[in-house]
Design a protein around this ligand. Structure first.
Ligand SMILES: NC(=O)c1ccc[n+]([C@@H]2O[C@H](COP(=O)([O-])OP(=O)(O)OC[C@H]3O[C@@H](n4cnc5c(N)ncnc54)[C@H](OP(=O)(O)O)[C@@H]3O)[C@@H](O)[C@H]2O)c1
Length: 280
């Protein structure tokens, strides 16, 4: 088995490469310097002979995308299509996002719920999903959300640093989601492939739900500080260029139907991850 990880130097890509090192498989890790996903010829050459391709490459600067949607589209939609075409002989996993939804739901989004992105980033990732399904009907589209990991800048690292530096901070309490460890998502991708999961859309997030403020309190406690240093605030008081979904809770029925166990509750997973992530 030969796995190719595209976008291998990103936060998820690094943990996937690490996870695959524990498997009896050959792994080719392609960072942006090795493969720019907007280069069709290079993708065709790089993916020859792959059995499994995981596309972790993305334009992830959510706020910057509002001012330059074309740049985000080139990577998240056109680039995804290019990888999908070049990966036709292989199983393909395309990583997508909760931002394809509008965040207005009151119960977990099913995998086949209508998408309605509200941000430029979300629109480009939604276009990427469609492109991948069109170019590679056997693909698995795995939507994730609220990712954190040792190998990248992420919410827990920022919160722990700011709490330590300033001794107090305001965190929005009116957006809820499922904090998800990149190591858990990497493991889920491997388990989906090992289980020969059918083509389709899956949700790769932790179970349960929490607000950013609630998550910040857990982070601060893990960093050995008083959780009270994180004070609740509202999205209205914390406006950013791209709108954030208020409700980013994803359902996991497709995983269960494929016989693949979803990731566990976010609290347990954060407890397992905190030491490594905050040290990273
Ligand atoms: N982080 C989250 O909270 C979150 C939430 C939902 C979904 N996701 C999705 O999860 C996946 C992994 O995200 P992540 O957090 O690991 O993101 P990340 O750390 O930003 O990694 C993305 C990687 O893609 C690379 N890249 C950008 N443009 C490229 C191009 N044209 N060709 C090749 N590589 C390119 C980036 O390289 P440079 O750094 O050199 O630009 C970076 O190494 C993405 O599909 C993202 O949309 C993330």
């Amino acid at each position: 088995m030969r796995w190719v990880v595209v976008g291998a130097k990103g936060m998820l890509g690094q943990d996937l490469v690490r996870r695959l090192a524990a498997q009896d498989v050959q792994v080719t890790a392609l960072g942006r310097d090795d493969l720019d996903v907007t280069d069709e010829g290079a993708a065709r050459t790089a993916l020859v002979g792959a059995d499994v391709v995981v596309n972790c490459a993305a334009y992830t600067a959510v706020d910057a995308a509002e001012a330059d949607e074309a740049a985000a589209f080139a990577v998240n939609a056109t680039g995804a299509a290019i990888v999908a075409r070049a990966a036709r002989g292989a199983r393909l996993v395309q990583i997508s996002t909760d931002y394809v939804f509008d965040g207005a739901a009151a119960s977990p989004y099913a995998e086949d719920a209508a998408i309605a992105p509200r941000s430029a980033y979300g629109r480009t990732k939604a276009a990427g999903e469609w492109a991948v399904r069109a170019e590679h009907p056997d693909a698995l589209v795995v939507r994730t959300a609220w990712l954190y990991g040792a190998g990248g800048g992420c919410f827990p690292k920022t919160i722990a640093r700011v709490a330590a530096e300033r001794g107090g901070l305001d965190v929005v309490d009116d957006q809820v989601g499922q904090p998800t460890w990149t190591a858990d998502l990497a493991d889920l991708v491997v388990r989906l492939i090992d289980a020969h999961a059918p083509a389709g859309t899956y949700h790769g997030t932790s179970a349960g739900r929490v607000s950013w403020h609630g998550f910040a309190q857990a982070v601060v406690a893990s960093a050995g500080l008083d959780p009270a240093v994180a004070a609740p605030t509202t999205s209205e008081a914390f406006v950013r260029p791209a709108p954030r979904p208020a409700y980013s809770v994803l359902g996991h029925d497709a995983l269960r139907a494929a016989g693949v166990a979803p990731i566990g509750p976010w609290e347990d997973r954060w407890a397992a991850a905190a030491g490594e992530v905050l040290a990273g």
